[in-house]
Design a protein around this ligand. Structure first.
Ligand code: E4P
Length: 222
């Protein structure tokens, strides 16, 4: 499973990109609205930092408007992927953009049938939102596993991005279920990295090594 970062914050992207594990990024209007500056430049900078697909979302509600926004966004960088809403107009736009060789990510997917429709329309990626499903008391793992299985059984090449990730368990769940990608907020990446036993282990290895060196030094002096 590939890791994408789910933010538009350049400092956070730089920090996690240094770990060498990022394959792409996803943004949305809410995430971009938290940043200051020229959004086109921010998207271009994200593309150069992650060196892989970067989703940028359209705001139009009509297919024609989506396609025109998509054409502009796609012109910003070769790695831009167009995020389209899961709607009849979004599906039409996905089909039209496929004809133009522009990659798409159908977002706000909450059911297996929505994912199937988006894939059939020609979406390159679908983004089921696990956190928002769990928030309303649904079991996101059932929806995710249905999508992964349907795509596998029907030999559908559309990739599944587990999105709306709230905690490290969502990442483990996405990987276990065979999602192609998990798009993860910076704070969750940091939680994935840490374990108290790792910190304790590093400290005790260091302490033991320093003690051994001090003993060796003493032996040389005596
Ligand atoms: C990513 O593609 C989504 O826009 C994002 O994961 C949504 O996350 P949220 O439900 O935490 O807003």
């Amino acid at each position: 499973m590939d890791f994408y970062i789910d933010t538009a914050n350049l400092d956070d992207i730089r920090e996690i990109a240094h770990w060498g594990i990022l394959k792409g990024a996803t943004t949305n209007p809410t995430l971009l609205s938290r940043e200051t500056g020229d959004y086109s430049k921010i998207l271009q900078e994200i593309c150069s930092l992650v060196g892989g697909p970067v989703s940028a979302e359209v705001l139009s509600e009509e297919a024609a408007g989506m396609v025109s926004e998509a054409t502009q966004l796609a012109g910003l960088h070769e790695n831009i992927v167009i995020k389209l809403p899961m709607s009849s107009e979004g599906l039409r736009a996905a089909g039209e953009l496929k004809k133009r060789d522009i990659k798409t990510n159908v977002t706000l997917v909450f059911s297996a049938n929505q994912a199937l429709l988006a894939a059939t329309a020609g979406a390159t990626y679908v983004s089921p939102f696990v956190g928002r499903l769990d928030d309303i008391g649904h079991d996101s793992s059932v929806v995710l596993s249905d999508i992964v299985e349907i795509f596998s059984v029907n030999r559908i090449s559309t990739k599944v991005i587990a999105a709306s990730i709230r905690h490290p368990l969502h990442v483990t769940q996405a990987a276990l279920l065979g999602c192609d990608i998990a798009t993860i907020p910076p704070a969750v990446f940091k939680k994935m990295l840490k374990h108290p036993l790792t910190d304790i282990g590093i400290e005790s290895f260091k302490r033991d090594w320093e003690k051994a060196q001090a003993r060796a030094q003493e032996a040389v002096q005596n």
